[in-house]
Design a protein around this ligand. Structure first.
Ligand code: CMP
Length: 486
């Protein structure tokens, strides 16, 4: 719980309180001050002192009240459910009301004048000024209405007219100041905000839903297209974990089927980055699936990628040629392995490998998204990574013969290729040094997986070196390879 009076609050209250106490003292000692300075019985001076100190008492009272209310409102704004800055307009409004009250108090109680007389004499002047300043007055009253209605707060992302989107940085009497994502300051008169349509992207919560649209040729099965697009968007959740993407059909015509890839953006300021990550993931997944986008919407993503077929590569060959883990193998060796890959299809939700299970095969992901989960964690099962098109899993058991170190579950329908230990063993027997390279690459992959543990770098590097040696030892034993002098 925040204390009511912090050091800053105390400092802000000190000066007005001193003024209040001084006015109070002068007012109560007004009769005695003239005699104490040798002007005893001077009634005129006593009268002036009384009036002056009474007026000062009203003003100091308003000052203390204004500072106190400011403190309370600021505290409420900071500790509220959506911590936000406290709008200056409301503060100014309260100050004006309190000082106006003090002025009426002084006129009525100190000078025995009625406030109505004052208001009547100035009404003509007010009308003239009012006409001249009608737009300013409209903005000010709109500002007052907005400060009570609060359709937005400081820190919210709002759209005031199509394309004008910015973060609210200040709300003043007349205007609301916005800062765009490109750092441009926009000043919008409050009158415009109060009368026009306003979209608040930070409304109830800072996150909001955005979407990308993409056309695919009508001959691509809808279920397959959805699977590839969703898996691509899910790949972006490695960077932005709360995207929760989904894919819907949006339009259908002879030219193509338009899909809408929707995702949640944590904060409007990050929308471009989220779109970039989702688009990158989707394009990558399409490419891995052998599909390629083209510039014209009419021919967009019409057929299997030309670049793959131009070189006469099959999808399994492309997967192996792009695989980092098999980087030490020659093109011929990888093409030879690709011929041994067996296509496997799994439905969404199926556990493809179970943690602790003995196995010796590796899977390459052609289409779909998967999650790696560990069941050994103290808090129960936890997701440790997401895999998508182009990734592989199961290499630990394939290369060392150890039980599966984690479970891998299909998040969408998936198309995989499986490679067995027996298919790789003849290659390793011929070239044992490839096993060494495989152990190193396996370690590099693990290291990148562990990159989040960036603390204790020195210790980690040491541990990984010793693990590398152990890993190669296990691999050699599993494949009965001769010692290559490591
Ligand atoms: P394997 O142990 O054969 O079976 C489970 C697989 O999950 C494992 O091989 C790796 O391929 C994969 N895996 C385990 N941990 C991670 C991780 N942190 N990131 C990505 N993949 C992992």
């Amino acid at each position: 719980m925040r204390p009511l009076l912090t050091a800053t609050g105390f400092r802000r209250l000190a000066l007005p309180s001193v003024a209040l106490i001084a006015a109070l003292l002068i007012n109560s000692l007004a009769d005695r001050v003239p005699s104490s300075i040798g002007l005893g019985g001077n009634h005129q001076l006593i009268g002036i002192l009384r009036e002056f100190s009474a007026a000062a008492l009203w003003l100091a009272g308003a000052w203390v009240a204004a500072r106190l209310i400011d403190l309370l409102l600021r505290r409420a704004a900071v500790t509220g459910p959506r911590s936000a800055s406290y709008p200056r307009l409301l503060s100014d409004l309260i100050h004006a009301a309190l000082f106006l009250l003090a002025a009426i108090g002084i006129s009525t109680f100190v000078f025995d004048q009625t406030a109505t007389g004052l208001i009547a004499t100035s009404s003509v002047m007010i009308a003239v000024i009012g006409f001249a300043l009608r737009y300013v007055i409209s903005d000010v009253f709109s500002g007052i209405a907005l400060s009570f209605d609060r359709p937005y707060r400081i820190g919210d992302w709002i759209e005031t007219s199509p394309g004008t989107i910015g973060k609210v940085v200040e709300i003043t009497w007349r205007t609301t100041r916005l800062l765009t994502r490109d750092g441009i300051a926009i000043v919008v008169p409050n009158g415009l905000l109060a009368t026009g349509r306003l979209a608040n992207y930070s409304g109830a919560a800072p996150s909001f839903r955005s979407a990308l649209r993409l056309s695919l040729a009508p001959d691509i099965a809808v279920a397959r297209a959805k699977r590839i697009l969703l898996a691509g968007a899910l790949a972006a959740t490695r960077t932005y974990s709360d995207l929760r993407p989904d894919v819907l059909l949006s339009e259908c015509s002879d030219a193509g089927i338009v899909y809408m890839i929707r995702f949640w953006v944590p904060d409007y300021g990050q929308e471009n980055m989220c779109r970039d990550a989702v688009m990158e993931g989707v394009l990558y997944a399409l490419r891995r699936a052998g599909l390629t986008p083209s510039a014209s919407r009419r021919e967009i993503i019409s057929k299997e990628s030309d670049s793959d077929h131009a070189q006469g590569r099959t999808p399994p060959e492309m997967l192996l040629l792009d695989s980092e883990l098999f980087g030490a193998f020659s093109t011929e060796e990888r093409v030879h392995l690709a011929e041994r890959l067996v296509e496997r299809r799994f439905r969404e939700g199926v556990t493809i490998v179970h943690q602790g299970e003995p196995a010796s095969t590796v899977f390459f992901v052609r289409e779909g998204a998967l999650e790696v989960r560990s069941t050994g964690a103290p808090g129960g099962e936890i997701a440790i990574n997401r895999l998508g098109a182009g990734d592989l899993f199961g290499e630990m058991s394939l290369l060392t013969g150890e039980p599966r170190s984690a479970s891998v579950i299909a998040l969408t329908d998936v198309v995989l290729y499986e490679l067995d230990k027996e298919d790789i063993a003849p290659l390793l027997a011929r070239r044992p040094e490839l096993g060494e390279a495989l152990a190193d690459l396996m370690l590099a992959r693990q290291r990148s997986g562990r990159a989040r543990l960036d603390a204790q770098e020195g210790e980690q590097a040491l541990e990984l070196r010793s693990t590398s040696a152990r890993l190669f030892g296990r691999l050699r034993k599993f494949f009965s390879l001769p010692d290559v002098g490591r």
